[in-house]
Design a protein around this ligand. Structure first.
Ligand SMILES: Nc1ncnc2c1ncn2[C@@H]1O[C@H](COP(=O)(O)OP(=O)(O)O)[C@@H](O)[C@H]1O
Ligand SMILES: [Mg+2]
Length: 237
C-alpha cells in the first residue's frame, strides 16, 4: 500500500488525570474518506484536535505527508493543508457570512477573493446571505458555512468533527452529499460522527472507538455489515 498522507501512531491524550485516548494508531490514504465512529466521550474529538494541533498528545507521533507534525502549532498545519471543521461549527455569529468566509483564507492572499466566489457558486444560499450575520443562519446553513470556510483554506486533508450533529434528517442528507462532493474533488477527508451508519456507508475505511481505544477497524461497508459491531458499539443510530 502507498504511504498514507496522514497517520497517527501510539497516540495518548490526557486531560489532567483523565486518559481520553490510549494508544491509538490510524492511517489515512491519500484521497480516501476515513471515519472515526463511537459513542459520546470515546475520544474522537481529542484525536482530531491532536492531529490539528489544538491538543498536544502526551505520547505518540502524527505524520502528515511524511513529516512528523506532532509538535507543530495549528496555524502551521492549516498552511500545510490540514484543516479542521470543529465540533459545534464555531462560526462567528456576530460577523457576516462574507466575513466568516474571508477568515478561512487569512493565509491565502491573492486567491482569497477567487476562493470565496467559488464557494458562493457551490453554496448559493451563502451567496444570497453573504451580508447577513452568520448567527441568523439555520443550523444547516451554519454547517455549510463552516465547511465552506474550511475549503477556502484549500485543504489537502479536511477534518470534519460531527458535521451532522443537531441537524434535521433532510439537512443531514445535504451535508453528506457535500462531503461526497469534497472527496470526489480529490480532497482526503477524516470524518468524525456519532451517526455511525451514515458515516460508515460513506467511508472507504472506518475505525470504531470505545473509551479511548480502537476496538475495530476495516472497510466502512464491512463494519456496517457486522451487526455485532453496530449493536455493541454504535447503538441503533
Ligand atoms: N478539555 C477537556 N478537559 C477534560 N476532559 C476532557 C476534555 N475534553 C475531553 N475530555 C474528556 O475526554 C474524553 C474524550 O472526549 P472527546 O474526545 O470529546 O470524545 P468524543 O469526541 O468521542 O465525544 C471524555 O471523557 C471527555 O470527558
Ligand atoms: Mg466529539
Amino acid at each position: 500500500m502507498s504511504e498514507p498522507i496522514l497517520s497517527a501512531e501510539g497516540l495518548h491524550i490526557s486531560y489532567g488525570h483523565v486518559d481520553a485516548v490510549r494508544g491509538v494508531s490510524l492511517e489515512v490514504q491519500t484521497g480516501s474518506l476515513v471515519t472515526l465512529v463511537g459513542a459520546n466521550g470515546a475520544g474522537k474529538t481529542s484525536i482530531l484536535n491532536a492531529i490539528s494541533g489544538l491538543v498536544r498528545p502526551r505520547a505518540g507521533v502524527i505524520r502528515f505527508k511524511g513529516e512528523d507534525i506532532t509538535k507543530w502549532p495549528s496555524h502551521r498545519m492549516v498552511k500545510a493543508g490540514l484543516v479542521q471543521v470543529p465540533e459545534g461549527r464555531e462560526i462567528l455569529a456576530a460577523l457576516t457570512v462574507a466575513e466568516n468566509l474571508s477568515l478561512g483564507g487569512w493565509h491565502r492572499g491573492k486567491t482569497l477573493r477567487r476562493n470565496v466566489d467559488r464557494m458562493y457558486e457551490r453554496f448559493p444560499v451563502l451567496k444570497e446571505r453573504q451580508k447577513l450575520q452568520a448567527g441568523a443562519l439555520s443550523g444547516g446553513e451554519q454547517q455549510m458555512l463552516a465547511i465552506a470556510r474550511a475549503l477556502i483554506a484549500e485543504p489537502e486533508v479536511l477534518l470534519l468533527d460531527e458535521p451532522s450533529m443537531g441537524l434535521a434528517p433532510k439537512i443531514v442528507d445535504e451535508v453528506f452529499a457535500v462531503i461526497d462532493q469534497i472527496r470526489q474533488t480529490g480532497t482526503t477527508v477524516v470524518l468524525v460522527e456519532q451517526n455511525a451508519r451514515r458515516a460508515l456507508a460513506a467511508a472507504d475505511y472506518g475505525y470504531v472507538m470505545e473509551t479511548g481505544e480502537i476496538s475495530h477497524s476495516g472497510p466502512g461497508r464491512e463494519l456496517l455489515a457486522d451487526e455485532k459491531i453496530i449493536e455493541a458499539y454504535l447503538g441503533l443510530s
